[in-house]
Design a protein around this ligand. Structure first.
Ligand code: BGC
Length: 274
C-alpha cells in the first residue's frame, strides 16, 4: 500500500510560475506530499528561492529553474534540466500567468500580446513538452507495468474568466477562454496515451495578482458581493484541488474544469434579483 501521506513519492512535478501566489502553494503542497518539485520563475529569482527554501526547510526535495514560459527555447531548457536532474516527469502544473489590464478602447497590441504569449502560448509550450516526455517515458519502459493508472498528469491554470466575461481585462479573459478549449482538445488527443489533462479555474484568490482589490477595504467589500461563500480564497484552497487532480484518486477525471471559486460562477447577483 502506498503511504497516503506521501502520495507522490518518486514522482516528479514541474510547477511553472511557482515563485508566488497559487504556483508557490502548489509547489509547496506537492512537495509536502512527497513529490520532487521543479520550482520555476521567470524574473523574480529572490521569490523563487523563497519557495525553494520553504520546500527544503520542510524536508522536501526541489530545484529552482528560471524560464519564461512564452519562450520555446527556455521551456525546452526547463524540461531538459528537470530530466537531467530528476530523470523523469510525472506531473505538470502549468500555472504561470499574468494580467495586463486596460480598457478595451485603450488596450495596446503589446498588452494583448504579452498576456496571450504567457497565459496561452506558454501553456501550449509547457503542455507539449510534458506530453512528449510522458510518451517517451512510456516507450522506454523496459517492463511495462500494465497499470490502469495514468502515466502523466497535466493540470492547467485557468480562471473563472474562462466563462465569466471580464470588461477591462479582455486579453486575460480571452487567454483563459482559450485555455478551456485547448485543455479539452489536448485531453481528448492525449487520453489514449494514458495522459490525463484537466484545468482548475480559481475565482478570487488572495495573491499578488489581485492585491489592489483585496487590500482596499471598499473594493474588498464589493468583491465579497460576487462570492456567495463570503470569503476570498487562499492559494492553499487551489493547491489542494490541484494535488487531487494530480493524484490517482482522480484517475477517471479527464478533460474537466474544476471551479474553485466559493460560488463566483453561480450568478450571485441573481440571489435576490431577476
Ligand atoms: C484573476 C483575479 C480575479 C479573479 C476573480 C482571477 O483569474 O486573476 O485578478 O480577482 O479571477 O475575478
Amino acid at each position: 500500500m502506498t503511504d497516503p501521506i506521501l502520495k507522490f513519492k518518486n514522482q516528479v512535478a514541474i510547477v511553472t510560475g511557482s515563485s508566488s501566489g497559487i504556483g508557490k502553494a502548489c509547489a509547496v503542497h506537492l512537495a509536502s506530499l512527497g513529490a520532487k518539485v521543479v520550482v520555476n520563475y521567470s524574473s523574480n529569482e529572490e521569490e523563487g528561492k523563497k519557495t525553494l527554501d520553504e520546500i527544503l526547510a520542510a524536508g522536501g526535495e526541489a530545484i529552482l529553474v528560471q524560464a519564461d514560459v512564452s519562450h520555446e527555447e527556455e521551456v525546452k531548457a526547463l524540461f531538459n534540466q528537470t530530466i537531467s536532474h530528476f530523470g523523469r516527469l510525472d506531473i505538470l502544473v502549468s500555472n504561470a500567468g499574468l494580467q495586463k489590464d486596460a480598457p478595451f478602447l485603450e488596450m495596446t497590441l503589446q498588452q494583448w500580446q504579452k498576456v496571450i504569449d504567457v497565459n496561452l502560448t506558454g501553456q501550449f509550450l509547457c503542455c507539449r513538452e510534458a506530453a512528449r516526455q510522458f510518451v517517451l517515458q512510456e516507450e522506454n519502459v523496459e517492463e511495462p507495468q500494465h497499470s490502469e493508472l495514468a502515466v502523466g498528469k497535466i493540470i492547467l491554470m485557468s480562471s473563472v474568466h474562462d466563462v465569466i466575461p471580464w470588461a477591462g481585462h479582455v486579453n486575460y479573459a480571452a487567454s483563459k477562454g482559450g485555455i478551456m478549449m485547448f485543455m479539452k482538445s489536448i485531453s481528448q488527443e492525449l487520453a489514449p496515451h494514458k495522459i490525463r489533462v484537466n484545468s482548475v479555474s480559481p475565482g478570487a484568490i488572495k495573491t499578488p495578482i489581485n492585491k489592489e482589490v483585496w487590500s482596499d477595504p471598499e473594493k474588498y467589500k464589493d468583491l465579497l458581493q460576487l462570492i456567495p461563500y463570503k470569503r476570498i480564497g487562499t492559494p492553499q484552497d487551489v493547491a489542494k484541488a490541484v494535488a487531487w487532480l494530480a493524484s490517482d484518486d482522480s484517475d477517471y477525471v479527464n478533460g474537466e474544469t474544476l471551479y474553485i471559486d466559493g460560488g463566483m460562477t453561480l450568478y450571485p447577483e441573481f440571489a435576490d434579483n431577476g
